[in-house]
Design a protein around this ligand. Structure first.
Ligand SMILES: Cc1ncc(COP(=O)(O)O)c(C=O)c1O
Length: 486
């Protein structure tokens, strides 16, 4: 039985990481050999789960039929347990929504799942990694879905190639070559559930081959750093300046691979310069290793020429990772990788032994969506919308944070606003959150928190223009309150 824990929206990096792990299973143990009747055992288990907070107020329980099936008991066992716990006030039966956990303080009828209640308190979400979710092309996606279902072969519905279905690998190879300048052979593509999985699989392979230390950008994407470390590898911070990661440091650092965001550095938004690209690849060739390319935010640019991939310059020394998260939606959990010849088989095996392959109907739908040109059309529409919102964000920062140093504005889905030295970044984020505004701190990406500069990372893509102005004003008011209180 899956339960969703309700957490408030994060105002700190550690809370944010926790948000990504909010799903867990509540285990119910029944002992068939015991003399105590099964319905009483189930009652006791559920009662304890509610008391201990493992089942929170508002959590919907499975139907008695579904739970009975899952537990392998008669339906009456579950109905009886539910009825008893309703009588005791732990659960409440609702006409259409079934049986839910009763809230202690809230009247049962008003109890909403805690996570939904937390989301309701959010008025403006400046999460830097979100595209405009309201702009998701639902109708076009539905059309692609219908076609996918009609076209997918019976064989593709079985245990197929863990690298992904051929139709999607073909469609991606064509589009990546055209739009991103990659050298893409469908045989070298592995479909994933997103960048997160792509990086985790890469780290696993590198570690199995003896890698110990991976160079990461400083500042960088803190979840990438966490993924590398979770794989048992050490991260080595390499500073980022206006031309991207200072790759000239690499030869002295004894690192086994380097992870970069060359098209749009996360979080600073700079491009890895041509000279640094060459130096990075020269280092990888010399060392006999690979560059891990996170092609983050590459599709969005407003006042900047297109930026190609590092992979296109030397496909045998780059593991390229792309994702649908920014171009369509993070909830899709869809991504892709392009691997050198010597790595692709290991990658396919790592994918097979991780999850057996990505869901094929979603893959087929995406293949249709890409091959029919719908993705390109969607991106053209969204680029116009995002540029307008970017301009609204710049105007709002100019009005409300005139002392901020605003950067990273030419591309992507967010801007960075550095605040004067000594600014209370955490205080502003917390004050903003109390007013219903979600944002992230620029210090979150610093490898050494002690040297972090304070600042805000503000995503604008999913926020309509008036709300951008209002939301930035609220953050400024939160800062004013801090100043007044100090
Ligand atoms: C730097 C960076 N790379 C990649 C991603 C995409 O990750 P995923 O595809 O797992 O959603 C994100 C998402 O926020 C990101 O910030």
């Amino acid at each position: 039985m899956a339960e969703t824990i309700g957490l408030d929206w994060p105002s700190s990096k550690s809370q944010f990481c926790l948000m990504r792990k909010v799903q867990f299973d509540t285990t119910l143990t029944l002992d068939r050999a015991a003399s105590r009747p099964l319905h009483e055992q189930l009652e006791a288990e559920l009662r304890e789960a509610v008391r201990a907070g493992r089942l929170r107020a508002g959590t919907a329980l499975p139907s008695s039929r579904a739970l009975a099936q899952e537990l392998g008991v008669a339906r009456g066992v579950v109905s009886e347990a539910y009825a008893q716990l309703c009588a005791e006030g732990y659960l409440v039966a609702r006409p259409r929504s079934g049986t839910v956990v009763r809230g202690a303080a809230t009247p049962p009828a008003a109890a909403a799942p805690a996570a939904a209640a937390a989301a309701d308190r959010i008025k403006v979400n400046f999460h830097p990694g979100l595209p405009d979710l309201a702009g998701f092309p639902r109708a076009r996606w539905q059309q692609a879905q219908r076609r996918a279902l009609a076209e997918i072969s019976d064989a593709d519905l079985g245990y197929g190639d863990p690298r992904g279905i051929a139709a999607l690998r073909d469609a991606l190879a064509t589009r990546l070559g055209r739009a991103r300048g990659t050298v893409a052979d469908p045989e070298r593509i592995v479909v994933t559930t997103g960048f997160t999985q792509g990086l985790a699989l890469t780290c696993r392979i590198l570690r199995d081959r003896g890698a110990r230390r991976i160079a990461v950008e400083d500042p960088g994407f803190f979840i990438s750093k966490a993924i590398v470390e979770h794989a048992g590898l050490e991260t080595v911070a390499v500073p980022v300046d206006g031309a991207g990661m200072q790759v000239e440091d690499l030869p002295d650092l004894d690192v086994d691979a380097a992870l970069v965001t060359p098209a749009h550095q996360s979080p600073l938004g700079v491009v890895l310069s041509p000279a640094r690209r060459s130096a990075l690849l020269a280092w990888a060739r010399e060392r006999g290793t690979v560059v891990i390319e996170d092609d983050y935010d590459a599709e969005y640019r407003y006042d900047r020429d297109p930026v190609g991939t590092v992979q296109g310059l030397d496909p045998e020394h780059v593991i390229y990772i792309g994702s649908a998260s920014k171009i369509l939606s993070p909830g899709m959990r869809l991504g892709w990788m392009l691997a050198p010849a010597g790595i692709v088989d290991a990658l396919g095996f790592a994918k097979l032994t991780t999850d057996g392959g990505t869901a094929v109907l979603e893959q087929m739908t995406f293949a249709r969506f890409v091959a029919d040109g719908e993705l390109d059309r969607h991106l053209r529409r969204m680029r116009l919308r995002y540029r307008t919102r970017r301009d609204a964000m710049l105007a709002a920062l100019d009005a409300w944070f005139p002392d901020a140093e605003v950067a990273g504005v030419a591309a992507g889905l967010h801007v960075t606003a550095w605040l004067p030295e000594g600014s209370d970044e955490a205080g502003i984020l917390a004050g903003g959150l109390a007013r219903g505004i979600v944002a992230q701190g620029l210090s979150w990406g610093a490898c050494d928190p002690a040297t972090a500069r304070p600042g805000l990372m503000l995503g604008y893509a999913g926020v309509p223009e008036p709300a951008i102005a209002w939301g930035v004003e609220q953050l400024a008011r939160a800062r004013e309150e801090l100043t007044a209180a100090s």
